[in-house]
Write a protein that binds this ligand. Structure first.
Ligand code: NDP
Ligand code: KPL
Length: 312
């Protein structure tokens, strides 16, 4: 499959590398010049579960988009949430009526942005439990394994979505067709709404958070706030199952992972996706008259920390 990946950070790099190794035609687009230069010069390099891997992939900046040539069958969005609209605005010329777009970003509400750029019959939404980190421009740290759940936004997109699943399966990405991707997105938002904010504020990895004796009550309260708001949008989260799903990460291989928000804020002093996770729940709660004090506090504390650290 001919695939263009928007955002060649940790996750875009991981998917690009794994899909390339499975024989797909991959092009990367990224806005970080040092990353583009490193990938052009030395290839995309990874510590891949302890093995060094290098792949040569074409990479362009959004300003070079007219050099990309033929349209891709599939575009995968892997920017940060707060970069999504700007990136899609910049790459409009490579989105045709026939282009499918898959969004695997963390957070809630990305379809509202993407609907402005993509024919909704060609929109595929999903979530992933794969992880990735960057150790420098062009350098990835890829540990452990993960999975993907995805579904076409409208029934018309199902046939192509099944082709995407087949392509991802061959690349070892462990995809599954979700019969209810809205539920999957809210369930994954609970993972990020608990682990990402708390690990960033407490400056710890997932396993260290899980070992504290207040992890369980904090998680259950945050999940409950997400569930109240989700229910208002017709998604009835099974709070006990969602808690078990998140608590399972405390002792799994992923326990050593520092969530992407920690990598942004604590490691790189970059602005976070909090407004698309706890901040989105807080905002929706205000609209629906539902109290979400933990989400409000986490959002405000993350914004305070962004300011203290001079995040950009
Ligand atoms: N990392 C993870 O383990 C997981 C991440 N996700 C989600 O996937 C999406 C993509 O995340 P992820 O791959 O982690 O994002 P990254 O931060 O690794 O990359 C996203 C973009 O940020 C910019 N960037 C990254 N690092 C730097 C830096 N040091 N200096 C300057 N610019 C930089 C680049 O674009 P630009 O210069 O244009 O800003 C890059 O394309 C997010 O929605 C995230 O929540 C989901 C599951 C797991
Ligand atoms: C790996 C996981 C699930 C941790 O919260 C994630 O999505 C992230 O790092 O953003």
């Amino acid at each position: 499959m001919k695939i263009t990946i928007l955002g060649a950070g940790g996750m875009g790099g991981r998917f690009g590398m794994m899909l390339h190794q499975a024989g797909n035609d991959i092009t990367l687009v990224d806005g970080w010049q040092a990353n583009i230069d490193a990938i052009r010069q030395d290839g995309l390099q990874a510590d891949f579960n302890g093995q060094p891997v290098t792949v040569k992939l074409p990479i362009y900046s959004p300003e070079e988009i007219d050099q990309i040539g033929d349209h891709a069958d599939l575009i995968i969005a892997f920017t940060k949430s707060n970069q999504l609209a700007t990136m899609f605005e910049a790459v409009k010329p490579i989105i045709s009526e026939n282009t499918y777009v898959l969004c695997l970003l963390n957070g809630i509400g990305h379809e509202e942005i993407l609907k402005n750029f993509v024919n909704i019959d060609h929109l595929i939404l999903g979530i992933t439990m794969w992880t990735a980190g960057m150790t420098g421009p062009g350098h990835l740290s890829l540990l452990g394994d993960g999975n993907i759940e995805l579904q076409n936004f409208t029934p018309a997109g199902k046939d192509f979505t099944l082709q995407v699943i087949d392509t991802f399966e061959k690349a070892g990405l462990n995809p599954a067709y979700s019969e209810n991707v809205k539920y999957s997105i809210w369930r994954k938002a609970c993972v990020n709404g608990t682990l990402n904010g708390l690990c960033s504020l407490l400056e710890c990895n997932i396993g260290e958070l899980g070992k504290t004796d207040v992890a369980e009550p904090m998680l259950r309260t945050i999940i409950h706030e997400f569930a109240l708001v989700a229910a208002h949008e017709g998604v009835n989260l099974d709070e006990a199952e969602v808690y078990q799903h998140i608590a399972a990460t405390f002792t799994a291989e992923i326990a050593a992972h520092y969530p992407s928000m920690y990598q942004d804020l604590v490691k790189n002093h970059r602005l976070t996706e909090i407004d698309f996770i706890n901040g989105a729940v807080w905002q929706k709660g205000q609209n629906y008259n539902i109290a979400t004090p933990y989400c409000a506090l986490i959002t405000q504390e993350i914004h305070a920390k962004e300011q203290i650290l001079g995040a950009k």
